[in-house]
Structures are given as structure tokens and as C-alpha cells.
Design a protein around this ligand. Structure first.
Ligand SMILES: Cc1ncc(COP(=O)(O)O)c(C=O)c1O
Length: 441
């Protein structure tokens, strides 16, 4: 019996002993491919010597200092490095300790931006999409469009959601070749319905993650969103908590869509699991509005901007750049996707394999032709995951894709350092797990 209050108090968990590269080992000595990098976090794999060294060096100098009084070299160097890598005029780094804190901070930053700019402002609502995940705190969950909201609905803010950007199950019954990107146009409809004077921002994941399994929006999606945001004076918030820092084969996923957002939220891969860290990267325009206004963003978390996490993140991003890890994510990602499409799509229950770089999703269906999902009670995502664990692979399952309740998928997001040979090993193990699983349905 343990006194840990786990997320799922009745679930038996594996006990991790240690990790090395893309592998995790349990306390019984079993070896697993960390095929999901935890939750798309451990992008440099486990026990990376360069990061461990940076961590030790900083911890022995100073691990914590509070941002109310102290700045530090690591946070300044990190902000300069992020400025070099971020698109357009996104140059100002606001540091927090995780993804939900990042999106929550972006929400408040968007609201305060309009107050600073206009004095009294009625703009406060953030529009988002269904089939999205932006975090579990009340503000971030209010923006989330996913089943994780349901038990907390009475607590949530009155924020509207638009149609998902979901080509495999297009809410407008179109195909990508034959559509006007109606899912992006839906933003304009929503703004007009709500009244632009009440809307401060639109937040979206450039490639959908935990709530949908690596859905890549139409190539023109972000451009249309950018135009609509400009037209109605609304901030475009790009949630790259999962996609950012190399996961999709670019430093930021939005880079591939040719637009510059106003705010980027980042976390996960930014410190690659070696220390909790999140951030909002703000445009010069937003920063200047605060600077020329009250000068104070009325927000902050105790651990935000601690030197230890900043030094870790600095070394993680330096490794990403120096060792060309983002390029590896793109090339090995394309290879892994092709292999998964070739070897997994033939299974009767695999409807779609999609994604970008090393952010790959597998959607499970009962009927490939109609895309009918299995009923949620069948627990397909959890059962397939379990079957893969038996074959030494960890993936990240989710449900609700078809209608908010039914529809299973899982994410394959291995560490970005994965080699082609290791991608082959991953696919071979997945095929073995699927073959065994197919006998049980
Ligand atoms: C896109 C996105 N935003 C926000 C979050 C929340 O991040 P955290 O779990 O670090 O609070 C996540 C986590 O999965 C995410 O994928």
C-alpha cells in the first residue's frame, strides 16, 4: 500500500528504475522503448550527459532565486537563445513551470494587453477549438475542448469553442483538396456571434496533440486564422507546449505554416523533462504595450524563472541546435510515419496514421470504410496500449475522437534522438503487439 494519491487510484502502475537514451527500465529489469517520451516531454531521451552536467553545475552554484528580486545569467541567456529561434518579432520570454501555467499566463497576458492598450477594455474571452488540450488549471481547462472538462464544467469560464481542424473526420464533410478551410472560417463566425469587443484571443495547437492524436490542420489554416485575428483585433496564441522545440520536425510547428503568432506557449520539450519549465514567448508589440503602460504583468508563480530550470533548458536547446536534433525529428519522423503507415494500416482496426515529424497519431476504428468508432466501453485505446506494453513499447492513449465520447487514438512521440534502426525496432514491436491484440477483438 502506498500513500501516494495517484491520478488513477485503482490502476496498477509500472515502477520505473532508470532510463537511458530512448529506453526506460522498470524495477524488475524489463526494458521499454519510451515511444511517447512520457507525454511528448523527454525529447533528448533519458540521462543525456550534457544536460546532466549543466544541471549539476547550476545546482551547485544556485538552484533557486526569486524573480521578484533577482535576475540570473541562465534566464538571460535562455531568453536570448529563444529570441534567435522564435519566429518574427517574438522575442520576450516569460518563464513559468509547465504547460498549463504557460497557457494560463497567455490568457491573462492577452486580457491585460488590451487593458494596458485601451484602458477600460471589455476584451477577455479566449476562443479555442473542440478536440484541443491546453491544460488542466481552470483557465487552461476552460480553453481546452476535450472530455477532461466535463467533471469541472460548473467551474469553467464562459469561453467559446469552434470546430476542430480535423480532416479525417471533417465537421463540414469536405476533403482537404475540396474545401475552403471552413474550420478556420468558423473562427470568424464565432467572433461575430460573440462580438469582437469581448474576444481577446484565439488559442490553438499548430498540430493537435493529447486530445486528438496528432491532427495536422489544412496547410492554409494558420494563415486564415492570422488574417481573421488581425481583422478583428484579436491575439493569435500558438500553443506549442507539445509541438514546440523540434517535435514536429521544425523548431516551432508554426514555422511550417508561414505565419507569426502574437504569443507562443511552450513547455515539455523546452526542458525535455530534466526540470519543470514552461514559457510564453511574447511579441515585441505586446511587451512594449506593458512597458509603456503600467509596467507590471500582474501575475507570477514562485518557481517561474528559477536558474536551475533555465540552465537545464539552455543546455537542452543548445543540444537540439548543435546536434541537429530537429532535423533528425524531421527525417526519422518521415521514415517512422511511412513505416507505420505501411505496417499498421493493414490491421482491420487502424483507420488513420497521421502527424508531422515525430508527432504521430494512430486512430482506431471499428469500420475503416465508415470510420465508425468502437464504443468507449470497449476500452480499445487502453487495451491496445497494454498490449504494446507487453511487447516493450509505451504509447500515449486517448479517447473521444469521433464524438467527444467514442473514438480511440494514441500518440507515438518517441525521443527526438531516435535513430532509423530504433524506429524499425519500434515498428517491429508495435506490429507484434497489434498482431497479438487482433486475436482478442
Ligand atoms: C498543447 C498543450 N498545452 C498545454 C498542456 C498542459 O501542459 P502541462 O501538463 O505541463 O500543464 C499540454 C499537455 O499535454 C499540451 O499538450
Amino acid at each position: 500500500m502506498s500513500n501516494v494519491f495517484y491520478r488513477a487510484v485503482n490502476k496498477k502502475l509500472m515502477e520505473v528504475d532508470y532510463g537511458k537514451g530512448i529506453y526506460l527500465y522498470d524495477t524488475d529489469g524489463n526494458k521499454y522503448i519510451d515511444g511517447s517520451s512520457g507525454a511528448a516531454v523527454s525529447n533528448l531521451g533519458h540521462a543525456h550527459p550534457v544536460v546532466l552536467d549543466a544541471m549539476m553545475k547550476q545546482a551547485s552554484k544556485v538552484a533557486f532565486s526569486h524573480l521578484s528580486r533577482w535576475t540570473s545569467r541562465p534566464i538571460q541567456e535562455l531568453a536570448d537563445l529563444v529570441d534567435d529561434l522564435a519566429p518574427g518579432d517574438l522575442s520576450k520570454l516569460y518563464l513559468v513551470s509547465g504547460g498549463s501555467e504557460a497557457t494560463e499566463s497567455a490568457l491573462k497576458m492577452a486580457r491585460q494587453y488590451y487593458v494596458e492598450r485601451d484602458g477600460q477594455s471589455s476584451k477577455y474571452r479566449i476562443i479555442s477549438r473542440w478536440k484541443s488540450f491546453h491544460g488542466n488549471t481552470i483557465g487552461s481547462l476552460s480553453m481546452t475542448g476535450d472530455g477532461r472538462r466535463k467533471k469541472y464544467t460548473p467551474l469553467l469560464l464562459n469561453f467559446p469553442h469552434i470546430a476542430p481542424a480535423y480532416c479525417y473526420r471533417c465537421p463540414f464533410d469536405k476533403t482537404p483538396e475540396n474545401c475552403d478551410v471552413d474550420c478556420a472560417q468558423d473562427l470568424e463566425r464565432c467572433i461575430k456571434m460573440e462580438g469582437a469587443e469581448y474576444v481577446a484571443g484565439f488559442i490553438s495547437e499548430p498540430v493537435g496533440g493529447a486530445a486528438c492524436g496528432a491532427i495536422v490542420p489544412h496547410q492554409n489554416y494558420s494563415k486564415i486564422v492570422r488574417q481573421i485575428c488581425d481583422q478583428y483585433d484579436i491575439l493569435m496564441i500558438d500553443d506549442e507546449v507539445m509541438a514546440g522545440f523540434g517535435r514536429t520536425g521544425s523548431m516551432f510547428a508554426i514555422d511550417d505554416f508561414g505565419v507569426v503568432p502574437d504569443l507562443i506557449c511552450a513547455a515539455k520539450g523546452m526542458s525535455a523533462g530534466y526540470s519543470p519549465l514552461g514559457a510564453v514567448i511574447a511579441s515585441q508589440k505586446i511587451y512594449d504595450t506593458f512597458k509603456n503602460g503600467s509596467g507590471v504583468f500582474v501575475h507570477g508563480h514562485t518557481y517561474g524563472g528559477n536558474p536551475l530550470s533555465a540552465a537545464v533548458s539552455l543546455s537542452v536547446i543548445n543540444v537540439l541546435v548543435k546536434d541537429k536534433i530537429v532535423e533528425n525529428s524531421r527525417t526519422v519522423g518521415a521514415y517512422l510515419m511511412a513505416q507505420m503507415q505501411e505496417k499498421l494500416l493493414p490491421f482491420s482496426f487502424v483507420g488513420d496514421v497521421r502527424g508531422k515529424g515525430l508527432m504521430i497519431g494512430v486512430e482506431i476504428v471499428k469500420d475503416k470504410a465508415t470510420k465508425e468508432p468502437y464504443p468507449v466501453a470497449k476500452g480499445m485505446a487502453a487495451r491496445i496500449t497494454q498490449s504494446l506494453v507487453k511487447h516493450g513499447v509505451i504509447v500515449y492513449p486517448g479517447t473521444g475522437n469521433a464524438d467527444g465520447v467514442n473514438g480511440d487514438q494514441f500518440l507515438v512521440t518517441p525521443p527526438l534522438i531516435i535513430t532509423k534502426d530504433q524506429a524499425d525496432e519500434l515498428v517491429t514491436k508495435m506490429v507484434a503487439g497489434f498482431t497479438e491484440f487482433s486475436k482478442t477483438i
